[in-house]
Design a protein around this ligand. Sequence first.
Ligand code: SF4
Ligand code: SF4
Length: 480
Amino acid sequence: MKVRTDRIKEMAAAAAADQGLHQTLLAAAGRFRQLRQGGVAAFDDLEKARDQGRRVKERCLAELDRLLPRLEKQVRAAGGRVHWARDAAAARAIILGLARARGVKRVVKGKSMMSEEVGLNQALEQDGLEVFETDLGEYIVQLAQESPSHILAPAIHKNKQEIAALFADKLGVDYTDDPEELTRIARRVLRQKFLQADMGITGGNFAIAESGTLALFENEGNIRMSTTLPRLHVALIGIEKVVETYRDFDVLRKLLTISATGQKLSTYLSLITGPRRDGELEGPDEFHLVLLDNGRSRILADPLLRQSLYCLRCGACLNVCPVYQCIGGHSYGWVYSGPIGCLLNTQLLPRGQGGPAPFACTLCGACAAVCPVKIDHPKVMLHLRWLMAEDPAWPLPRPPAARLGLSLYAWLATRPAGFRSASALARLLAPIAAPGGKARLTPPAISRWGRTRRLPRWQRPFSQRWPGLRRRLGNREEPS
Ligand code: SF4
Ligand code: SF4
């Protein structure tokens, strides 16, 4: 997927001005919040369950060096094959190699953010393969030649009228904005693709090391079809998806589905251990598991940043984030969006390419309050900001005017006499620069900011007000 993180500000400004997008996002996020709210009652003690989930992820990630080889051994014992991909290019090469060697022409795909991360569709299509997304939301964004804008609901940015017009245009069907009819149309088209496909590609929610089992949750049945009808099934997952045991899996699966859609269990749960065995009626002849690193080992090495890898991809943090609901998923400029997108895009992309996403956050903490594995997004966000500001390895693109202004301020703020003189001068000039509190002389770099704001009345510096404040405070009784 094309990286557009250098355009986050422009894209966010355009999205923020789009009233239609706001209404669509607010309505959809509100529905997801209601579903989650209804579902969490299923936990006797939600906080305890979240703590348990967090501990499972902490332990499994701390023991990846032991769990990944165990997973490989079990997948092989079940008749599957495991491939290790250091980065996106390696993952693409492995999957293309498998397709070429078997003369694959048509591919059906289950929803997979991982395949967006490595740019798989483009690579397969460039090689002459036909690729069909089969999750309804993914199918819609593929038809529209767009990218997903939400981890769970890829087409959340589109209303039913837009989808109806898209289907009429691309599929040549009569216009209808009845959601059930639109779903029937997509099902009719995709059924043929399932029957013709030579290869099914999916992601995976968890990989259970003790048995070599891949777990996939879904509500549409398209993943079940993608993993059973084609003769070849390839699953692409990040190395952080491994858990040790079924018991670990059981802790996380309920947290995932309830946080995502309020369901105790999704409509379909596929547990895949190797390819079809002798005597079994369904399943592929070959099962391949591609384990992708793509920067995850680097994230894992940092004790604070590693919690970004605990993510279950439930989408709950996006549904409560005021920034996401204002600017939508595409404004984040790469695969992941919302609170977790701010963390992952910045860390998974090469240093310096992540853009200013960690700054697109008010630090309100709503995301951390709903995260089923207690990721502390604001804390990680602040740490990333600090790294970007202080560590030359994390270059932050800043306009020269802002850099000059901040350097000047830093110089002045560390010289008390100069700071006092500058404050006194600013107080004298304030009525001329901003008569009646109306900001007029804002420098070009912040002029748009200034156009929409009034300067507050200039106050006496705190250092001058403090002696009086201290006297007044000193007269008050200390609270016991
Ligand atoms: S802390 Fe930041 S990312 Fe999290 S919900 Fe608030 S604005 Fe969004
Ligand atoms: S960060 Fe937490 S809330 Fe957000 S998608 Fe991941 S698991 Fe869900």
